[in-house]
Design a protein around this ligand. Structure first.
Ligand SMILES: Cc1cc2nc3c(=O)[nH]c(=O)nc-3n(C[C@H](O)[C@H](O)[C@H](O)COP(=O)(O)OP(=O)(O)OC[C@H]3O[C@@H](n4cnc5c(N)ncnc54)[C@H](O)[C@@H]3O)c2cc1C
Length: 445
């Protein structure tokens, strides 16, 4: 079942005389638990039309490099195979996504259906296409477990303010999505880019090649395998082990979620069915934390800027901008993991080499950047640059919520200290109390 609250006509109207229903894929690059796909199938069956899909691949996507493109292409390879298995051809076209969607729609769409991403650029793409199209255009929410406006109509201050709103609703939305079988099919659809060998293809694209692909493989198939592995092996130990960077006890699903290779609904349903220790904590992270990040990107247009941080945090940080810093590092020194701190360098190396820094180390890593840059505005810029360049899950709503948290977002004032003002402080002693920080540093020398 698709809740009505997931469905939003951007350009209302009755479908025209087209040859197909067009699914414009942007955020949900998968076939399992994809509400936009199932909605397109339902409408196509009502109209007696086939569904065709289009994806616009833009080499100049902000901050994206070879690491990100290879993962994206691995997702498109799986998407094409999994869509074809359901009778839907996918056209992958090099160009600006909304322009590619418009071009595809003009080839005979009766109706255009799309999914929902929360970044400003994704919203701008949908707005642009809405203004150009002459046929009905519908967006269907599938990245949030509960549609963002259903949870809250305003900017939320913290996990504690959004949690009760989410928990009140999640049982209504944690429901399996029924798959529709397509009645009419077509193969009259230009395939576009061949993506069978993502590693080879990425080398030919005009993209920043200076960051090599990470160690994890992208795509819906790998995502579903990882869900199964996590739920059957790690979930029961999640509570005790997820904060220990030496054992990697967290789900490692964030990049699959970021690229839309995995629906949070799939992961939450499997975890709930499995139950036991860990399930509640995992579902809390997966739903409450992500919904909070999406809420930020929906209601704060400056979510990716220093000026978008809460006023109290900027005020207290700026009051302490002139405080003496014992260490100051340049971007090049951060980038090369050349600080005096072995724990920080280890975290940076882990991120650069693999594409994933452990959650617990992300907090420490960010707090130290604040301490070792001349002022909080510079700290914010350096964090965003490094995070989005190397993290496989970077450039996500969670990135901006996480990086903002380092500087007070979604947190409360604490005791005043130099440099941090009333923003929460963290030091290496805290790491050592939680886990064997020296073993971690040795691992990522
Ligand atoms: C400085 C900093 C930078 C961060 N940058 C990113 C980023 O670029 N991309 C990113 O996805 N997350 C980011 N986070 C949030 C968090 O660190 C990661 O989501 C988490 O480490 C992903 O690992 P996992 O999938 O194993 O998480 P798990 O612990 O297994 O959690 C399951 C899922 O819940 C969600 N989740 C967990 N923790 C958070 C959180 N604090 N905020 C929002 N959602 C959460 C994620 O979708 C995650 O995949 C950042 C946090 C900090 C403090």
């Amino acid at each position: 079942m698709i809740h009505d609250s997931r469905i939003q006509p951007l350009r209302p109207g009755t479908p025209g005389q087209g040859r197909f229903v067009l699914l414009w894929v942007q955020a949900s690059v998968r076939t399992r638990d994809n509400h936009a796909l199932e909605y397109a199938l339902r409408r196509a069956n009502e109209l007696g039309l086939p569904v065709v899909a289009v994806f616009g691949l833009t080499p100049d996507y902000p901050e994206a490099n070879a690491r990100h493109f290879q993962y994206l292409l691995e997702g498109l390879r799986d998407l094409r195979a999994n869509l074809v298995a359901r009778g839907i051809p996918l056209s992958i076209r090099l160009g600006k996504p909304p322009e590619m969607a418009l071009e595809a729609a003009r080839e005979g769409a009766a109706l255009v259906v799309t999914d929902v991403g929360y970044l400003n650029i994704q919203r701008a793409w949908r707005d642009w296409l809405k203004a150009q199209l002459e046929v009905p255009f519908v967006q269907v929410e599938s990245e949030a477990v509960i549609p963002i406006y259903t949870v809250s109509g305003k900017l939320e201050y913290a996990a504690r303010t959004i949690r009760p709103k989410v928990q009140r609703l999640w049982h209504d939305y944690l429901v399996p999505l029924e798959e529709h079988e397509l009645v009419a099919q077509t193969d009259d659809w230009e395939a576009g880019l061949e993506v069978g060998d993502p590693a080879a293809l990425v080398k030919t694209l005009p993209v920043d090649q200076s960051v090599v692909p990470g160690t994890e493989t992208g795509g819906e198939d790998a995502a579903l395998e990882r869900v199964e592995e996590f739920i059957s092996i790690d979930l029961a130990r999640y509570d005790g082990r997820r904060n220990d960077p030496n054992v990697e006890g967290s789900s490692r699903l964030s990049a699959y979620l970021h690229y839309g290779h995995l629906s949070p609904l799939t992961a939450a349903l499997v975890a709930r069915e499995h139950g036991g220790p860990g399930a509640d904590t995992f579902i809390e992270e997966l739903i409450v934390r992500r919904e909070l990040s999406f809420n930020l990107c929906t209601f704060n247009p400056q979510y990716d800027q220093y000026d978008g941080l809460p006023g109290w945090a900027r005020k207290t940080l700026e009051e302490h901008a002139g405080d003496r810093r014992e260490y100051l590092y340049t971007r090049e020194q951060f980038d090369g993991a050349q600080t005096h701190d072995p724990y920080w360098n280890a975290a940076q190396n882990q991120m650069v080499r693999t594409g994933r820094m452990h959650n617990y180390m992300r907090m420490y890593w960010g707090k130290k950047i604040l301490e070792w840059t001349p002022d909080p505005r510079t700290a914010y810029a350096e964090m965003v640059w490094l995070n989005n360049r190397y993290e496989q899950d970077g450039r996500d709503p969670n990135s901006y919520a996480g990086l903002g948290w380092v500087l007070g977002l979604h947190d409360r004032p604490w005791t005043r200290r130099p440099i941090f003002g009333m923003v929460r402080y963290m030091n290496a002693g805290g790491l050592k109390r939680k886990f064997d920080a020296d073993a971690y540093a040795a691992q990522w020398l």
